[in-house]
Each structure stands twice: as structure tokens, then as C-alpha cells.
Design a binder for this molecule. Structure first.
Ligand SMILES: CCCCCCCCC/C=C/C(=O)SCCNC(=O)CCNC(=O)[C@H](O)C(C)(C)COP(=O)(O)OP(=O)(O)OC[C@H]1O[C@@H](n2cnc3c(N)ncnc32)[C@H](O)[C@@H]1OP(=O)(O)O
Length: 303
């Protein structure tokens, strides 16, 4: 079901579903601004660029980790710090996540962080993946994903944590949780997130086949909320943000929190066990072999 938020309208319009397999609380001034005192503030780490417009309260967080914005430990750490600063900054009311790399939103978790490393590294990496999900899924500010490129696995997970998803209409782009195609299993909180987004039955098919959807199919199943020409992704995200901002922050925030808290609490309750499971799963010879083969295929561009 594709819920569409239209200009000047409320949450309306539900499409049919179809699956195709395939590969300040209103505050505008800041006492806690991390981005200097002018109206447009930029900060840039090596992998994440943040532009906060103090006059609108909208921050654009751009991924700039070539070639494919894969979520390495460094990427996740930098993103986490940027999000934390923005959450504390009272001049910021909403965050747009988007990519500065052509054709890719994010390639998902960095496979090199899951391959050929030691258990301590896997545990540290996994905790940072959990951390970014926990942060975004329970983020108090409005979040919109401007998906201007392909968005597999962890990339799709990150987009799903946002309050709204706008995808570029390029038919070459794909989005979905493709883990089974790599011979790995999406953890329960990845599954919870997609179930919460597209519903149980669609999630069952999606996860088992590891389906990757074109923008139009993603819209049909409600994995994204809107599909627009690529050059309009950011402007549409800004317009949509303005609609969200018209809702009193406290009411919106509490609604979001009530809807998402059970899912967040489930990971918090099993966080250590989930980390142990990940480390033992990813350390298995058979899984390492699958990942090694997948990396080789990627390098030979056979995927
Ligand atoms: C119980 C608990 C159980 C827990 C069980 C464990 C659960 C883990 C959950 C996993 C979640 C994930 O996100 S796993 C990651 C899943 N991601 C994917 O499958 C995406 C794979 N990538 C792609 O499909 C493509 O690269 C795509 C993103 C569309 C871009 O295509 P392009 O043609 O533009 O670019 P490519 O030539 O393919 O890639 C450019 C270079 O980037 C590298 N690259 C691409 N994706 C990469 C990635 N994710 N990590 C590292 N490196 C990557 C390629 O190898 C190339 O390296 P060079 O040749 O050296 O330049």
C-alpha cells in the first residue's frame, strides 16, 4: 500500500499492491547550535556533510563516501555524531538524509567490515549498526529520506527508519532487503522495520526472496511514499518537511514514539544477544565463504 502525502493535503491515497521479483518544538533560534550562528550552517566530516538552514530548521545530511556510501564503521560513527548534534540543536526541526554520490543512496553495510576480521571487530561494527538504527528509529526530529539512487539492504533499512521516503524515478535504481541473496539473514529488527513499513505478508515475500524493487514497484508496496524525477527529490523532500512541520512537534513526536517504541524496546531487550548472534553467525566459515564469493562477484560486476 502506498500512502501518499500530497501538497496541502493530509495523509491520504492508498494504491494497490504488486510484487515484482528482481535481482524547537517550533523554536527557530538556537541556544545550542553546533553549526555557528549564521542562518546557513555547514559542517563536514570526511563521509558526512551537514547543511542546516537556520531560517527553515531543515538540515540536509548528505552521504559522501565514495564509491557507494557503504556503511563502514567510520561512516556509521560519523553519521551517528552528526545526528546526535542535530538532535541537540534547537534550531533544527527536521533532517533530510540523501546521497552526494551519483546513482547510489547507500550500498548498505560495508561487506569489508563483515569479512575477514576478528570477533571484536564484528562486535564493534554490529553495535554501531544497532546504534544508528536505534537513533534513527526513535529520532525526535522529522526525518525524510531523499533516495537519489540504489538502496539495497542496510541502505533500505536506513531509509525505512525515516518518517517519509521520496525516491528518484530512475528505473535502474533498486531498493529492498536483499540479504537472503547474499546467503545471510536479516536480523529480527530489520524484519520488524520492514513489517512496520509494508505489512506482514509483503514483508514475508520480500525477505524470503530478497526482493529488490524498482521505484514504481516500491511505491506500489509502500516501501517508498513518493516517486519523483531525480532533480526534484530534494525540493519535494523540503516541501514535505514543511507539511510535517505544520504539525505541532510534541504531538507528532509522541505519536511517532508510541508507534515505534515496542519495536525499539525489542532490540534494546535483546541487544547483547543480537550482537553475540551476529558475531557467531558472521564468523562461520560457510558465511565467510558466501561473503567472499559475493565480494568477488561484485568486483567482477556479475551481481
Ligand atoms: C542473527 C543475526 C544474523 C545477522 C546476519 C547478518 C545480517 C547482516 C545484514 C546485512 C546488511 C547489508 O547491508 S549487507 C550489504 C548488502 N549490499 C549489497 O548487496 C550491495 C552490493 N552492491 C551493489 O549491488 C552495487 O555495488 C551497487 C550498490 C548497486 C552499485 O553498483 P555500481 O555498478 O555503481 O558499483 P560497483 O562497481 O558494483 O561497486 C563499486 C565498488 O564498491 C564495492 N561495493 C559495493 N557494495 C559494497 C558494500 N556493500 N560493501 C563494500 N563494498 C561494496 C564494489 O565491490 C566495488 O569495489 P571495487 O571493485 O573494489 O571498486
Amino acid at each position: 500500500m502506498a500512502a501518499v502525502l500530497r501538497r496541502g493535503a493530509k495523509f491520504i491515497s492508498f494504491g494497490s499492491s504488486q510484487l515484482l521479483p528482481g535481482g524547537c518544538k517550533h523554536g527557530r533560534t538556537s541556544t545550542l547550535s553546533f553549526f555557528s550562528s549564521s542562518n546557513r550552517n555547514s559542517s563536514s566530516s570526511s563521509k558526512i556533510k551537514v547543511d542546516l538552514d537556520g531560517s527553515t530548521g531543515i538540515a540536509v545530511v548528505k552521504f559522501q563516501s565514495p564509491p557507494v556510501n557503504s556503511m563502514s564503521l567510520d561512516f556509521l560513527t560519523e553519521l551517528s555524531i552528526s545526528l546526535e548534534k542535530l538532535e541537540l540543536d534547537k534550531s533544527c526541526r527536521g533532517v533530510i538524509l540523501t546521497s552526494g554520490q551519483p546513482k547510489i543512496f547507500s550500498a548498505g553495510l560495508d561487506i569489508l567490515d563483515m569479512y575477514g576480521k576478528n570477533p571484536e571487530h564484528y562486535a564493534e561494527f554490529w553495535k554501531s549498526v544497532q546504534d544508528i538504527w536505534l537513533k534513527l528509529y526513535s529520532y525526535s526530529k522529522i526525518t525524510i529520506a531523499g533516495i537519489n539512487g540504489s538502496c539495497p539492504a542496510g541502505g533500505c533499512l536506513m531509509a525505512m527508519t525515516c518518517d517519509y521516503r521520496i525516491m528518484a524515478d530512475d528505473p535502474r535504481y533498486r531498493i529492498g532487503l536483499n540479504e537472503t541473496q547474499l546467503g545471510i539473514v536479516a536480523p529480527f529488527w530489520f524484519m520488524d522495520t520492514i513489517v512496520n513499513t509494508v505489512g506482514h505478508r509483503t514483508a514475508e515475500l520480500s525477505l524470503q526472496f530478497g526482493l529488490m524493487y524498482s521505484p514504481s514497484d516500491a511505491l506500489k508496496i509502500g516501501l517508498v511514499d513518493q516517486v519523483v524525477p531525480e532533480e526534484k527529490v530534494l525540493s519535494t523532500a523540503t516541501e514535505t518537511m514543511t507539511q510535517f512541520m505544520a504539525i505541532p512537534d510534541h504531538a507528532r513526536e509522541i505519536s511517532k514514539s508510541m508507534l515505534r517504541k515496542p519495536t525499539v524496546d525489542r532490540l534494546l531487550a535483546f541487544r547483547d544477544a543480537d550482537t553475540k548472534n551476529f558475531v557467531s553467525f558472521i564468523s562461520k566459515d560457510s558465511i565467510q565463504k558466501s561473503l567472499g564469493m559475493y565480494l568477488t562477484m561484485l568486483k567482477q560486476r556479475k551481481v
